[in-house]
Design a protein around this ligand. Structure first.
Ligand code: NAD
Length: 350
């Protein structure tokens, strides 16, 4: 039975894990390793029982490394040098490089990747609901770890490390690079056409949201999975060349076929709703009449709302004028049901 856990890195992910462990296992002692300022906040907020030092890892049951990838690699070496026998796990967004090193060092290691996040970072962003309904990928099945994390409300899935990185390169890492490149292209274009910045809404916003994430963290993710991402990039250039030729030839039939195939392919994909405080979003089309907004808000009086935004201009690419974000996915589902029962307003998930 797990009695003592050490979390190294108490930022968004490590802090949220601490809260989830506490929720299911209030008796487990949680030790923290981070910068002194962070540890003070983590202790005050009750995320950890007390600050610690890495050397104490020799007497805990589980060590969780929730630091940037480059630091995970450093800590694996240090844990090995200390002769730690405890179960060691991590939260890094790539897995192959990390698992390869842990195996080489002979650690008792299972890689982890919680597929939830936010553009926010740091201990103050820790949220017990962050992993609710999200996939939590493990590089090997491990009952102890699944039990430790049972309070997170996550769905566990075992994925071999190399496969993990190949799949992530396509669905996460390469799209990130693409989003950043799209923003850079548009930024350059806006020096000739300043209106570009003013009118960047809807599709552009959806495609580039991830480019707002923390640059240093993303640079380390991309470098850790460099070859797989480079392969996706080369493959994508071929896709672009194909669409370019259809457009250049003004081939309406084949262009429509291409867009139809793409739409059909998207429908077969299980596109996940995502798990961040910002992702439990509803867009509600409200009629332009007095009291419509208040009517919706009154319906949701008992539900925990984190943000309400009114879009002033109802453009074709904005899903609805009223945008409400919820704390958890369950709250969002309840809100959707209530609005459908009491109004005929159209509601779309963000
Ligand atoms: P974060 O910046 O919120 O927190 C990182 C924490 O690690 C900070 O408290 C920082 O002080 C601490 N830290 C940094 N270097 C350290 C060191 N050498 N020793 C001790 N503490 C140190 O970052 P995060 O979002 O919590 O990410 C942590 C890990 O989880 C990363 O490996 C990241 O790839 C992974 N991850 C992040 C997300 C996300 O969306 N943020 C999602 C899944 C996985």
């Amino acid at each position: 039975m797990t009695k003592k856990v050490m979390i190294v890195g108490l930022g968004l992910i490590g802090g949220s894990l601490a809260l989830g462990i506490r929720r299911a296992h209030p008796k487990i002692e949680i030790l923290g390793v981070d910068r002194p300022e962070t540890l003070a906040i983590a202790t005050d907020r009750g995320l950890i029982d007390r600050p610690s030092a890495l050397t104490e890892a020799v007497s805990v049951d589980v060590v969780i490394l929730a630091v940037p990838i480059t630091q995970i690699l450093v800590y694996l070496r240090e844990l090995s040098a200390l002769g730690v026998r405890a179960l060691v796990t991590d939260t890094g967004s790539t897995k192959a490089e990390i698992v390869r090193l842990a195996d080489k060092l002979g650690l008792n290691f299972v890689g982890g990747h919680p597929m939830a996040g936010s553009h926010k970072s740091g201990v103050n962003a820790a949220d017990v609901n962050l992993f609710e309904h999200a996939y939590f990928l493990l590089t090997a099945d491990n009952e102890l770890l699944k039990d430790l994390y049972s309070g997170l409300g996550a769905k566990f899935m075992v994925v071999e490390a190399q496969t993990h990185d190949r799949v992530m390169s396509q669905v996460s890492h390469f799209p990130h690079l693409l989003a950043s490149a799209l923003v850079m292209q548009s930024d350059g274009f806006s020096s000739d056409f300043p209106l570009t910045k003013k009118l960047s809404a809807g599709g552009f916003r959806d495609m580039t949201r991830i480019a707002a994430s923390e640059p240093a963290m993303w640079a380390s993710i991309l470098l850790s999975n460099r070859e797989a991402v480079l392969s996706r990039l080369a493959d994508f250039k071929a896709q672009l060349t194909e669409v370019e030729s259809l457009l250049a030839a003004a081939d309406s039939a084949r262009l429509t076929d291409y867009l139809t195939m793409s739409r059909q392919a998207r429908e077969t994909m299980e596109i996940l709703p995502g798990n961040s405080a910002n992702n439990h979003l509803l867009y509600i089309s409200i009629p332009d009449e007095k009291g419509a907004t208040l009517r919706v808000l009154a319906l949701l009086a008992d539900i925990s709302i984190t943000n309400v935004k009114l879009n002033e201009n109802n453009r074709e690419d904005i899903h609805g004028q009223l945008q409400i974000s919820f704390k958890t996915r369950d709250d969002l589902t309840r809100a959707k049901e209530l609005i459908a029962l009491a109004t005929n307003f159209s509601v779309v998930e963000g």
